[in-house]
Design a protein around this ligand. Structure first.
Ligand code: ASP
Length: 424
């Protein structure tokens, strides 16, 4: 057991958690699970989030400060953002092709449509309020949001990861510019913190199998309630829709990321997937690329040999703005809802989806369930009633787990690609 590789241990935790969750849901043990099992998942999740800010701060400051000039930084930045946007646009296109071929909207029985809309009406209106807030912001607001007026307040909330990235970059740059003897103690300090946090990631991951067990068991019982039939009914009504999303996500990994890796690096797929597997499993269990970030960074640096300066820049940025899985899902969901409501989306509307989904995925927070809130903005852009999200809310968590895996895989493949292209 001790010799087992980390990803196998996590898989065992995941499978056992799955089995326990199904058992608990079928035996009406939902309350028991949330009282006695879920807390261990929460503790694990908190531990991961706890180290995200110090990790990003320390590794980015030391990464930037180790660059000989700032030109390299802007080159890495330009490359990263270009590949991020391109892969997201491809993801949306794949999603649109998948949903237009499978036409899952035609398969939902009429009575089920009504039932879904009734059941999830309340939950849907809560999401709509959140979307409204996001929509009323000016176009340049994200830029303003990136620049904090107080470094301690930005470091005190994981949602402000881009602010932390920003501060780390300007501090790193200034560290290059001041005399070496003055900068050295500061740099040494952050290098020490960096070592320390990476060790902490290792130690926390020791508990990953237990954490994942608890997270999965809790997710199943909360999605299914105390009645497993609920979820089975949902799965059969929305099966085709889920299939359209899942096929799209798989194609994105097989086509897009393989291409990115092939074009820029010589890394073979086996090495890549073996290295990144624990982060993928964690993304699946937590539905949060933000919470997975420390592990994504650690795996990229230790197993995929991505340099710190690249990983510390590319991955936190990716966790916040690069969400291929989310964008793909948003495209499929938007068309599915239109289909279900008997609306046909013309080519123009589908192109609007490509554009808005790329933007919406950039604005989606790296936390569970954020994707569906931004979906509302896409629906409104193409004139589909946003209350339609009630149709898909019941299975959203399951798809969230899967799209988060794609999100994290996308970030990691771009990190490998940028590192390789910098080396050449
Ligand atoms: N849960 C996703 C993530 O953290 C975002 C989403 O809801 O699509 O990557």
């Amino acid at each position: 057991m001790m010799k087992l590789e980390l990803h196998w241990k996590i898989i065992i935790g995941l499978v056992l958690g799955l089995a326990f969750g199904v058992f608990a849901a079928s035996q009406g043990l939902g309350d028991f699970t949330s009282a006695w099992v879920a807390p261990f998942g929460k503790i694990f999740l908190n531990l991961l989030k706890l180290i995200a800010v110090p990790l990003v701060l320390s590794s980015l400051i030391t990464g930037v400060a180790s660059l000989s000039d700032t030109k390299k930084l802007s080159r890495i930045g330009g490359k990263t953002i270009t590949i991020y946007i391109a892969t997201t646009a491809v993801a949306v296109t794949i999603g649109l092709v998948s949903v237009n071929i499978l036409q899952p909207g035609d398969t939902v029985p009429e009575d089920m449509k009504l039932k879904l809309q009734e059941t999830y009406e309340m939950a849907a209106s809560g999401r709509m309020e959140a979307a409204n807030e996001a929509k009323n912001r000016s176009i340049l607001q994200p830029l303003v949001d990136m620049v904090p007026d107080n470094v301690f307040s930005s470091a005190s909330n994981n949602r402000n990861m881009l602010q932390v990235v920003f501060v780390a970059i300007i501090v790193g740059i200034a560290l290059i510019q001041i005399p070496k003897n003055k900068g050295k103690p500061v740099l040494d300090f952050f290098e020490g913190i960096n070592e320390l946090v990476i060790k902490l990631v290792d130690n926390i991951m020791f508990f990953a199998p237990i954490g994942v067990f608890a997270l999965i068991a809790d997710t199943i019982t909360s999605v299914a309630g105390n009645n497993l039939n609920n979820i089975l009914e949902l799965l059969s009504a929305l099966g085709y829709y889920m299939l359209a999303v899942i096929i799209g996500l798989i194609l994105q990994m097989i086509i897009t990321y393989t291409t990115v890796l092939k074009i820029f690096s010589k890394m073979d797929l086996k090495t890549f997937y073996k290295g990144i597997a624990p982060a993928q499993l964690l993304a699946f269990s937590t539905s949060s690329s933000g919470a997975t970030l420390p592990v994504t960074m650690e795996r990229c640096e230790d197993e995929l040999e991505v340099s710190e300066e690249v990983s510390a820049f590319v991955l936190p940025l990716g966790a916040t703005i690069n969400m291929d899985g989310t964008a793909l899902y948003q495209a499929v969901a938007a068309v599915f809802i239109a289909q279900t409501l008997g609306m046909d989306l013309a080519l123009g509307a589908q192109l609007t989806i490509v554009f808005t989904a790329v933007l919406a995925s950039i604005g989606t927070a790296a936390v569970p369930g954020a994707g569906i809130i931004m979906l509302i903005i896409i629906l409104e852009a193409v004139g589909v009633p946003s209350a339609g999200i009630a149709l898909i809310l019941g299975v959203d968590r399951i798809l969230d787990m899967m799209r988060t895996v794609t999100n994290v895989t996308g970030d990691a493949s771009v990190a490998v690609a940028v590192h390789a292209s910098e080396k050449n």
